[in-house]
Design a protein around this ligand. Structure first.
Ligand code: GLA
Length: 631
């Protein structure tokens, strides 16, 4: 057979939401959500399919997934399991997606929906830099603050498809799930297959409403762990400062200088293990290189701790270099189509994480390092897409399961890591933001947003990312200029304002920047301490996005509407332009709000309708922040 026709059998409604074994998923207490499970059956092939919907009481959100059970006495091969399918009346819709590339992730694209099929996908084995597993359908007249919007986000970090079909009856259908092209899953008698879930958000107050619902959902019902609601330490990462060229002394010098200005944690990036002095070796050999880290890791970390700073470390657990002891000992531990040589990418292969033995090796390597010193942060990197996806451990008949089993393997490792080391702050990363998806957010409260740290490029990247994902999870640092990716020089203040609307930190050699720049650091850190709670927990509004491309402006308001922070960045300086009017959003009309800098007070109504006049910021890439507090 290659058919499936389902009929209703029964249904059940209950409070709360069941945990998805082995998969990331939203969660909620019994009083926060209700679940409906509809059991269907195809009697011809004895396949049971349970459609699971969860509604969140406080948010306009439905999550959907499916569970499949083979009740046939023979095996059944699944070739297509989507997680959601929604039909909408009419064709008068636009579609928003987030597209890009390495160092240019999640640019917003809006286009009209037409007949036939249109959509996005990934078959790169990860969600990818190119197309985020997110799609919004909106009435064609919808704006930031007006109109109906349906947002879809796939809680999964592997191959996906999200498709819109405009049909002959002038209606549309939206589907989302694991990409069928790379999927062939064998289900034995009585075995179950659990699909990942799709989160569906509805807003009747425009795109901004959708964004804020996603943020609330993810902050309260997806992100977990000790740092869920906690301020993150201000870190300095040595990647752009030193690349592979560092040793204990260099790191300690950076830390000593950083400490003077209020930085709280040093993160040692790629290059501390095996014989790794460039990107062509040693992945998999998670043993400290004592030629660089003289005195060992314990010594380095205790010296950092003595300064009163925390210490964090970089890993790329999913990979192995051909030039490594691990690969020389276990050449069959990589993903490879048996009989063919796998392709290298960034000089590395992918470990076959579908295998328990391989996962145990990775977990033990990480644990050994993490137990050997007082490590309080881990950056989990993943620097290549999957190719040659085959496994020596599974028979030919099961090779179509590997893409999915790989993702399950990654989740298993992350679950073990976060359980065993609950105090560690985990940050995900994939060549910048190549795996910025809700699946990853279930394990790590923050994700490195992009390898492009240029403040102006980051405006687009962070705006696109924040369309769906909360600011609390967007990894953002102040880096050196000229910028290493685009060679642009921007004011140090502006770099600070942009990083402030993310996790905030530094990624530069602090021993080499100018005295004037150094002097700005304590001011930026004071701003971080002052505004971090507001930025992490508040409501986010886009003020000028797409309205005037010479500016970007966004606003964050505390939930109780007593405090708001506005950031405006002027891209290019222009002659004879005296000011820019910005109208705030979301305030209480009759309350008075006072500007913390000038002390002047205005009603919420005045700030929302007359707005404020931002003076010409005099030059390129200049920024300013405003902070208002209720009188
Ligand atoms: C990726 C990350 C960077 C850095 C390098 C190290 O590109 O995105 O931040 O960690 O790997 O190799």
């Amino acid at each position: 057979h290659s058919a499936c026709s389902l009929s209703y059998v029964s249904h059940e409604i209950r409070k709360g939401k069941t945990k998805l074994e082995g998969l990331p998923a939203t969660y909620g207490l019994e009083e926060e959500c209700t679940t409906l499970e509809i059991t269907c059956m195809d009697p011809v092939i004895s396949l049971e399919v349970v459609l699971c919907y969860t509604l969140f009481e406080e948010l306009d959100v439905i999550k959907k997934n499916v569970r499949i059970r083979n009740q046939n006495k023979n095996q059944i091969i699944l070739t297509k399991v989507l997680s959601s399918c929604l039909n909408l009346e009419g064709m008068d819709y636009d579609m928003i997606t987030l597209n890009g590339s390495w160092a240019r992730e999640r640019y917003v694209e809006r286009k009209r929906i037409g007949y036939g099929e249109q959509g996005i996908s990934s078959i790169r084995g990860e969600s990818g830099h190119q197309q985020n597993p997110f799609l919004a359908i909106l009435s064609s007249d919808a704006t930031e603050d007006y109109g109906e919007v349906y947002g879809f986000n796939f809680v999964y970090s592997g191959n996906f498809i999200a498709k819109v079909q405009g049909c002959q009856f002038d209606n549309i259908r939206v589907i989302m799930g694991i990409h069928p092209e790379t999927f062939r899953f064998v289900l034995e008698t009585n075995q179950e297959f659990q699909s990942p879930e799709v989160v569906m958000v509805y807003s009747d107050i425009g795109i901004g409403g959708m964004t804020r619902t996603f943020h609330d959902l993810y902050r309260n019902h997806l992100i977990r762990g000790e740092y869920k609601d906690k301020k993150r330490p201000v870190l300095i990462n040595n990647w752009e400062a030193t690349y592979f060229d560092f040793n204990t002394e260099k790191l300690l010098n950076i830390a000593r200088e950083a400490k003077k200005f209020g930085i709280e944690m040093l993160v040692m990036d790629d290059g501390w293990f095996g014989k790794r002095n460039s990107d062509n070796g040693s992945l998999g050999d998670w043993v400290v290189n004592e030629e660089k880290i003289e005195g060992g890791l314990h010594y380095l970390v205790s010296e950092i701790n003595k300064l009163g700073m925390k210490f964090g470390i970089w890993f790329e657990p999913e990979m192995v270099s051909p030039d490594s002891d691990l690969y020389r000992t276990h050449p069959d531990w990589v993903l490879e189509i048996p009989g063919r040589k796998a392709a290298l990418c960034r000089n590395q292969y992918i470990l076959d994480l579908t295998r328990t033995k391989v996962r145990d090796y990775v977990f033990n390597s990480l644990s050994n390092i993490l137990n050997s010193a007082n490590i309080e942060y881990v950056k989990w990197d993943m620097n290549r897409q999957l190719t040659d996806v085959g496994s020596y451990a599974h028979g030919e008949y099961h090779q179509g399961e590997i893409y999915h089993r790989y993702v399950l393997g990654v989740y298993d490792l992350m679950e073990r890591l976060t359980k065993e080391f609950p105090h560690i702050l985990l940050e995900n990363c994939s060549g910048g933001g190549g795996r910025f998806d809700p699946g990853m957010l279930y394990y790590s409260p923050q994700i490195w947003c992009s390898d492009d740290t240029d403040a102006i490029e980051r405006l687009e990247i962070q705006r696109g990312t924040a369309l769906v994902y909360p600011l609390s999870c967007i990894g953002a640092h102040v880096s050196d200029c000229p910028n290493h990716i685009v060679s642009r020089t921007t004011p140090f203040e502006t770099r600070g304002y942009v990083a402030l609307s993310g996790t905030f930190g530094y990624e530069l050699d602090i021993t080499k920047i100018t005295e004037e720049e150094k002097k700005l650091i304590p001011k930026q850190i004071a701003q971080f301490h002052k505004y971090s709670d507001l930025i992490r927990t508040g409501d986010y509004y886009r003020i000028l996005a797409g309205v005037d491309c010479n500016y970007d402006c966004w606003q964050i308001i505390s939930k109780d509407k007593t405090e708001t922070l506005i950031t405006i960045i002027q891209i290019l300086g222009r002659p004879n332009v005296h000011s820019k009017r910005i109208r705030l959003k979301g305030l209480v009309k009759d309350e008075m709000y006072c500007d913390s800098e000038s002390g002047e007070c205005y009603s919420g109504g005045a700030l929302m309708h007359a707005g404020i006049l931002v003076p010409n910021l005099d030059g390129d890439f200049k920024g300013k922040i405003y902070h208002f507090i209720k009188e």
